[in-house]
Design a protein around this ligand. Structure first.
Ligand code: F6R
Length: 256
């Protein structure tokens, strides 16, 4: 696990963008795993700018999103399909038919999950998975207690996640869907590379548990310590609860 601590989310997002841009330069037909939410927006802006400058192209890129709320149609303003269209896909030269976001209104969710897994395999697997971090330690919508062997499936959201995400639903937690379809932990762990971003003091407990706690299903993100190629991009607030020894070790590690 390589950990980068930058002074603010902008610098950390720029650093993460370099990883994505480097991959797309060396593999223009890369398969990307993508996240939604507040965290990756700055990273996506960097990618949009790099695309506009002609530095990278998404023409041959295929993408798979981590999750989608159950019950929201792709056109709903809070759906993750809509989020991706508005924050990335509509602003880059990607072929939309190569962007996969689970459908929260699928009549047969189990079949939709199985198809999603098949499509990932058909694409040759995910080269780089982008992740945010839930304040309860979730990745995707794999909430605490999710099996490390889990694959794409229906998952119920914790009260903490519902409260956290109410900000996207007019601050009204009763409007937040109570379940989602999510890539499983085993699915995420099969990505060749993983980049997790976490910003702000609200993430600091989850960051500490992920980096320093036990590798345990009660903290889904802790599984990342078992992956051979993970980069974690933090701002100082998200890193603020790391123990001084670990913090020093991170800051003194060779930087690239
Ligand atoms: C979103 C996702 C979630 C978020 C996490 C953090 O696709 O998979 O795991 O990354 O809930 O959300 P934000 O970035 O809004 O703090």
């Amino acid at each position: 696990m390589r950990i980068y601590i930058e002074k603010n989310p902008e610098d950390a997002s720029q650093k993460a963008a370099k990883l994505v841009i480097g991959l797309l330069k060396s593999k223009p037909d890369a398969v990307l795993g993508l996240a939604t939410g507040g965290t990756p927006v700055r990273l996506y802006r960097e990618l949009i700018n790099a695309n506009a400058r002609g530095e990278i192209s998404f023409k041959s890129v295929e993408t798979f999103n981590l999750d989608e709320y159950v019950g929201l149609s792709p056109r709903d303003k809070n759906s993750y399909r809509r989020f991706m269209d508005e924050n990335l896909f509509n602003l880059i030269d990607i072929d939309k038919s190569k962007t996969h976001v689970l459908d929260g209104t699928a009549s047969d969710i189990a079949a939709a999950c199985a198809d999603f897994e098949k499509s990932i395999a058909l694409a040759g697997g995910i080269d780089l998975q982008i992740l945010g971090l839930g304040s309860d330690g979730h990745i995707g919508f794999n909430e605490p207690g999710s099996s490390f062997d889990s694959r794409t499936r229906l998952e119920y959201l914790t009260e903490k996640t519902i409260v956290d995400n109410a900000r996207f639903f007019d601050g009204d937690k009763s409007k937040v869907p109570t379940s989602a379809i999510t890539m499983g932990i085993a699915t995420i762990m099969e990505a060749g590379k993983i980049a997790l971003l976490a910003f702000g003091g609200k993430k600091s407990d989850a960051v500490k548990a992920m980096v320093e706690g036990d590798v345990d299903e009660s903290v889904p993100a802790s599984v990342l310590r078992k992956h051979p190629d993970v980069s974690i991009f933090l701002d100082t607030a998200a890193a603020s609860k790391l123990s001084p020894d670990i913090y020093r070790e991170i800051l003194s590690a060779p930087r690239d």
